[in-house]
Ligand binder design. Structure first.
Ligand code: ZN
Length: 500
């Protein structure tokens, strides 16, 4: 065996061990969100802290550095998968080891205090007590951005954690284009829908909703031998290990749509990870290309498929079988109920038309905070101004405004654009998919999701993290990401305009 072959083998073994430690952390996290007794929280936090510290220390160890140095030495040639593995691991390593451990610990400590402070501030409906925590977290994240490095905009350094290679400068014109078209489009759609209000939603018992959720997972070809469904306060999807993919939902007796669409959404995330080939498992390549690409998969199944007229018409009898209270609903009732558009204050409750406006608001504020152009104390007023300009409504309180999201209390700045890009990418991927599957609507009308899933497996899932997100979109769709596919999708669906 040549030295390089042996080095590569040891390197993969080292990464596989790290992946197995991460499996333990993932399982502890899943349990924490789904079934752990409340009084176990303190002990669980300590166990997770120890485990994530151990994973971090092993990853930034000389063992990783020496292998990366040997595998990137002049004259070493690797096949495409191994070259991608080395490139992706090198980038993760360079970022991780640049940040001093003391800074990592301080961020974890302050975020640990900021989360309950945010919960309390939200409960009391007052921003002021949260200001010192947010100010400190922002300063620490600015420090991280400056250490990691950027070309003048700290936002780029943090955005890169979620969207490798993307910059605020590239996002700004994309957002401006989208905003210019979207604001009048919202008016036109709300206007159109006023004459066709959606029916009132009847109560549906939890057990009926659970049976429906399992039937939906089955319909989407979610492998029940490689995954499971549970309930949690906030729906999520997590891969524990190859062959073990878990999704959660939240059952609301008063509104079955909450769980119905959460299940489709989280299943989309799980299908992505289920589609990553065995050859990439237990390496850093066994993940999505970026948060936005991941989100494009969940939005595809939740919105493009799940809220489409043909799919909803197919699913109606299934829905009525599990939920007899919906017996009088027509396919049109279900479509209108799944697609009513309104100006709302809360991002997580927003429909697919107004959703991106909520993201733009957050992006603009984050970018200004990180650039030092906006003070934390001025945030509530700035939030309310943007909300009025973008969504045409003003929060009556901080709870409905600046305090609604947990992200900043975690120190997660730069995350929101991935949600918006996920919507744009889903529409762009769908246009490419329709070129290959012109009978897409007919398939959905028969509840046949096999061919669209196979298309996504081939164009997106099988690459794992091997391709950069921009490159993946270019190869999968034939063009660079833009907003026109998404806008054409909305016009076609909500105004009945012919597709371009
Ligand atoms: Zn998601």
């Amino acid at each position: 065996m040549t030295t390089i072959t042996a080095t590569l083998q040891q390197f993969k073994q080292h990464l596989a061990d790290l992946a197995r430690l991460s499996q333990a952390a993932a399982l502890l996290n899943w349990d924490l969100e789904t079934g752990m007794p409340r009084k176990g929280a303190a002990a669980r936090a300590e166990a997770l802290g120890l485990l994530s510290g151990e994973i971090f220390t092993r990853f930034v160890s000389p063992q990783t550095a020496e292998a990366l140095a040997a595998l990137t030495a002049p004259g070493v040639t690797l096949d495409a998968t191994d070259a991608a593995l080395v490139r992706v691991t090198r980038r993760d390593y360079d970022k991780s080891q640049a940040i001093p451990p003391a800074l990592v610990r301080e961020i974890a400590t302050v975020a640990g205090q900021a989360q309950p402070a945010w919960e309390q501030a939200r409960h009391d409906n007052t921003f002021a007590p949260f200001v010192p925590y947010l100010t400190r977290l922002l300063a620490l994240k600015c420090e991280v951005a400056d250490i990691v490095g950027h070309r003048g905009n700290r936002y780029d350094a943090l955005l890169d954690d979620y969207e490798p290679g993307l910059t605020a400068a590239a996002l700004i014109p994309l957002i401006a284009d989208l905003r210019r078209e979207l604001v009048p489009l919202v008016d036109a759609i709300i206007d159109r829908q006023q004459s066709q209000p959606a029916p009132a939603v009847p109560a549906v018992p939890v057990e009926a909703q659970r049976a429906l959720a399992l039937a939906l997972l089955d319909l989407l070809h979610f492998d029940s031998d490689a995954g499971r469904l549970d309930a949690s306060a906030h729906p999520f999807s997590i891969t524990i290990a190859p062959g073990d993919h878990r999704v959660t939902t939240r059952f609301d007796v008063a509104d079955f749509r909450s769980s119905f669409f959460s299940v489709l959404h989280e299943c989309g995330h799980a299908l992505y990870e289920l589609g990553i080939p065995a050859a990439l498992q237990l390496t850093p390549l066994a993940d999505g290309a970026s948060m936005a690409i991941h989100e494009s998969q969940s939005r595809f199944w939740e919105n493009v498929v799940g809220r489409s007229r043909p799919f909803l018409a197919f699913v109606l009898p299934l829905l009525q079988r599990h939920c007899p209270a919906l017996a009088a609903w027509s396919a049109d009732d279900l479509f209108r109920s799944a697609n009513s558009v309104r100006r709302s204050l809360i991002r997580t409750e927003a429909d697919e038309v107004t959703y991106n406006l909520h993201v733009m608001l957050r992006f603009e504020l984050e970018n200004e905070l990180l650039g030092g152009r906006l003070a934390v104390t001025d945030l509530p007023a700035a939030w309310n101004d943007r909300c009025r300009a973008l969504l045409g409504c003003t929060p009556a309180s901080d709870r409905e405004g600046v305090l609604q999201d947990v992200h900043w209390a975690h120190g997660s700045f730069g995350y929101f654009p991935s949600y918006m890009l996920g919507n744009l990418y889903a529409a762009q991927l769908t246009d490419a998919l329709r070129r290959d599957l012109p009978d897409f609507d007919t398939l959905l009308a028969r509840g046949d999701t096999q061919a669209p899933l196979a298309w996504l497996r081939d164009r997106v899932h099988r690459h794992g993290r091997m391709l950069e997100p921009h490159e993946l979109m270019l190869r999968a769709t034939g063009s660079a990401p833009d907003s026109r596919h998404f806008l054409a999708y909305l016009r076609s669906k909500f105004l009945g305009d012919a597709r371009s």
